[in-house]
Ligand binder design. Sequence first.
Ligand code: GEK
Length: 248
Amino acid sequence: MKEKDARKDRIYADPLSKVGGFVFDESVAHVFDDMIRRSVPCYAMTLSLMPLIAQRYAQKNSTIYDLGCSLGAGLAAIARSLPKGTSLVGVDNSQSMLNRCQINLQDAIPEKKWSLKCSDILDLDITNASVVILNFTLQFIPLESRLPLLSRIAKGLEPGGVLLLSEKIRFEDENTQQGLTDLHHDFKKANGYSDLEVSQKRAAIENVLIPESIQEHRERLNQAGFDHSEVWLQCFNFASLLAIKASD
Ligand code: GEK
């Protein structure tokens, strides 16, 4: 089998007698790049625009965190737009993801100072940060742990530092929610997923990925200690927000 075919996501292609809850195991890590690109409408654009934001907000000699870094795409995307003396830290609790992330970053940014940590991001110390990335990760964190996590991020950021938060979102209005969910499924089918794959994946993530509205995110960011937050990208039911801790 060609390398590209071997890395194609077919996890839900065959009917399963029981669809278990989604986990970031070896089989997912193996096809993850293909899975996320064919499933998240704005994924590539998010990565391509993040360097511009990082360039503006990253501070000399600070630490840049990517929480839930998966295969390292976020760190690889922004690394070259960072000022001197920055160190990059990727954190994920899936060792399968980090094994591949290690290889990817060795290839992509050999000249940079980076390290990886296998840890629950809820247990992580965040200090001297100027940019923190949560790219489609907060959605997997239990609801009650989201505010404590964001508060620790806000505390660990230097004045003027930012959080880049991307999430699947939901809409209060039922028709809007249904319409944008349908469009998201159309996007997945246009990228080659079958109806069966879409419905089995949906069942797998139902109690694992909990989306919230943009308003809920913005209110929580404010409560956590961020001074401003703004949506900078939205595609169907996915959005990226920039949350800023004001300079002193
Ligand atoms: C990207 N940011 O390519 N602690 C640490 N890691 C976690 C936790 C946790 N509590 N919960 C989930 N993860 C990436 C994409 S994927 C998004 C991020 C998706 C990790 C999990 O192992 C996985 O690697 C990542 O968060 C979420 O830009 O699959 O939709």
